[in-house]
Design a protein around this ligand. Sequence first.
Ligand code: ADP
Length: 166
Amino acid sequence: MGSEEATLVLIKPDAIARGLAGAVLSRLEQLPLALIGAKVTRVSQRLAEVHYQAMREEPFFNELIQHLRGELHGVAYVLALVYAGPGAVAAVRQAAGATNPEAASPTSLRGALGRMTTTGLMENVLHASSDDREAQREITLWFRPDELLVPLYASKTVEGQTRVWA
Ligand code: ADP
């Protein structure tokens, strides 16, 4: 276990609100990767804060959390996806493009579909794990072991039947 490379994608609320989830999925479907986990899920305050814990000192942290929780777009969920295969992290990062959609390649998802709003909000369509370590941290944060088609990381059984990450 732990040998297969995988990455987490979140289709963010700005993309959901603008009807872009299908476009993101279509583009990612073209990559030579396997979709091994997918769900629509609400994002609690805690989940958002732990997901973006590396950004907690940033001046835009509160807005970032509100954004991920859908509070800025009237959207109650994100689409969370796990893709696996050699080079998964880099391939999805490249398809996503640079963080700022105005700076991203126009052929990338963020460059083609993202925008800065007139109020200065960065609507960059999706999250993609930045490296292998973050990918594992994020995948085990967003998914339970039995929600993935492939046993990516070590897990254990608690209370007789529930699988949790070891
Ligand atoms: P990435 O999502 O490309 O990995 P970061 O990890 O640097 O980028 O940032 C996480 C998220 O924080 C970005 O996707 C974006 O939503 C938000 N963000 C990053 N930098 C800024 C900024 N300067 N202003 C507003 N939001 C930002």
